[in-house]
Design a protein around this ligand. Structure first.
Ligand SMILES: C[S@@+](CC[C@H](N)C(=O)[O-])C[C@H]1O[C@@H](n2cnc3c(N)ncnc32)[C@H](O)[C@@H]1O
Length: 230
């Protein structure tokens, strides 16, 4: 009897474990970017590219350690035209943002060519599966960031660009989730590209929507007529 009840408990316990694991597997990883050291005159273009890349490859938003409102404006314009809910938020204290993120259970990856090479770091990040803040520098970053980060990660131990480093890590992180970063979907917006072998085609989403509604009504009418005349 004792053995039987132990087994029942054991199976129930395994059930809970299984549910917990399944829950962890379906919960999507939230990824936000922290852009450090942005200089208003020098880095406007590259910071805009960091944000556009983050948006295109599935991050939810970017915290900007600067009072530059231009980046926020460009990204809001991009979201209005191309869809999605990517945000740029200017912050006054990057340290307190990291503190808040960690208190909420999130982890921090700092991109630096001096860190552990991405292929060696990714198994640990994948095992953790927590929400991630990815820190991307512009000028020399404050040394504390190396201590505050959970992982200092190099995208190859050679100097290159923050945009390239971000694109590669996002691609690999999405792969952990079983997602293809290049197939990120964007709802809303005004326009979308029709991929073509040659040339360019961009269509208005409201036209697509009208076409879909029209096709749907024609299909429903067809179904109704078929049913009536059976
Ligand atoms: C162009 S670098 C400038 C680095 C700056 N001169 C310094 O010494 O810290 C700007 C940012 O690009 C990113 N970066 C550049 N090369 C990288 C690499 N190999 N791996 C990861 N991140 C890299 C880092 O986030 C870095 O802060």
């Amino acid at each position: 009897m004792v053995v039987a009840s132990y087994n029942t408990f054991d199976w129930a316990f395994r059930g809970i474990n299984l549910n917990a694991r399944m829950y962890i597997h379906v919960k999507p990883m939230r990824i936000t970017i922290l852009r450090l050291g942005h200089r208003i005159q020098r880095d406007q273009r590259i910071t805009t590219h960091v944000a556009l890349t983050a948006r295109a490859l599935g991050a939810e938003g970017m915290l900007l350690d600067s009072d530059d409102s231009g980046i926020e404006k460009s990204l809001n314009e991009a979201a209005a035209r191309w869809g999605g809910s990517f945000y740029v938020r200017r912050i006054a204290s990057w340290k307190s943002e990291i503190k808040k993120w960690k208190e909420a259970g999130g982890k921090v990856v700092h991109l630096t060519m001096y860190g552990i090479n991405l292929p060696d770091a990714i198994p640990q990040i994948a095992a953790d599966r927590g929400n991630l803040m990815i820190v991307v520098g512009a000028e020399k970053v404050p040394p504390e960031i190396y201590e505050l980060a959970d992982w200092n990660v190099a995208v190859g131990n050679q100097p290159h660009s923050e945009v390239a480093a971000l694109a590669i890590i996002l691609d690999r992180l999405m792969a952990i989730e079983g997602k293809d970063a290049l197939r990120t979907q964007f709802t809303g917006g005004e326009i979308e590209i029709v991929p073509k072998k040659r040339g360019k085609e961009v269509i208005s989403k409201s036209i697509t929507h009208t076409r879909k509604m029209w096709a749907c009504s024609v299909r429903s009418m067809g179904n109704w007529l078929t049913r009536r005349h059976k």
